[in-house]
Design a protein around this ligand. Structure first.
Ligand code: FDM
Ligand code: MG
Length: 226
């Protein structure tokens, strides 16, 4: 049961391009947090275990087709359906690692080829961000930065819809734009070089996590919103 003295958990988003090592780092991090006596859990997005997640999965595996706006809203709805549980987990004192979050949501949709339409562009960053407004805001976003060159040295893509070079290049540029956009408070992004060994990257990730935990400790206990 929650007591008024239980400090809340930290909300830590891990973002990056495909093959940057997000899932490997999330698994290591979860173990390290728990073995350091910091209760922590992992939430992956998209969460393919829900009814909305099943629809997203069939879109990503090209079993079904949806227009760009509809799938975008489903990715967002997939986060909204987890909102209450994210908040109650944080309040109970458990730290949450997010393997992708709204930032992937924004850049993957905004990276899609635009159909020639009148402005306002329905796939602009601004449009893409709108449905996520009000979701819990991470205390820190750890961005695993990998160069095109290093990414290419790693194992190849699978066959999911977005695992193509042109798409990834656009996603890379859009992540850069988002990080530099100024719509985030200064310091929300913790960018690390993900080109090193798993252990080297894990050390850098850990520093970001400690910074996230420090921010929570110094904060007023409330979870901010997007
Ligand atoms: N993706 C992920 C989106 O397009 N929008 C989103 O909101 C999220 C969370 O889904 F290509 C994309 C990113 C990736 C694909 O992600 C599946 P995983 O991490 O490979 O399951
Ligand atoms: Mg994938």
């Amino acid at each position: 049961m929650t007591t008024p003295h239980t400090p809340r958990g930290a909300l830590i988003a891990i973002e990056g391009l495909d093959r940057a090592g997000k899932s490997t780092q999330c698994d290591l991090l979860l173990k390290r947090l728990n073995s350091s006596g910091i209760p922590a859990t992992l939430q992956k997005f998209p969460d393919r275990t829900t009814a909305i997640g099943t629809t997203i999965n069939s879109y990503l595996t090209s079993t079904s087709h949806l227009d760009d706006q509809s799938i975008h809203l489903l990715f967002s709805a997939n986060r909204w359906e987890r909102r209450d549980s994210l908040l109650s987990t944080l309040t109970s004192g458990t730290t949450i690692l997010l393997d992708r979050y709204i930032y992937s949501g924004i850049v993957f949709t905004a990276a899609k080829p635009k159909s020639p339409v009148q402005p306002p562009n329905p796939l602009s960053i601004q449009w893409c961000k709108a449905p996520d407004i009000g979701l819990p805001r991470p205390d820190i976003i750890i961005f695993l930065n990998i160069t095109q060159e290093d990414a290419e040295k790693r194992a190849g893509f699978g066959d999911e819809r977005y695992e193509k070079k042109e798409m990834q290049e656009k996603v890379r540029r859009l992540f850069e734009e988002l990080r530099g956009e100024g719509s985030n408070d200064k310091g929300d992004w913790w960018v690390i070089d993900a080109g090193g060994t798993v252990e080297e990257v894990a050390e850098e990730v850990w520093k970001g996590v400690l910074e996230g935990l420090r921010r929570v400790k110094e904060g007023n206990g409330e979870v901010r919103s997007i």
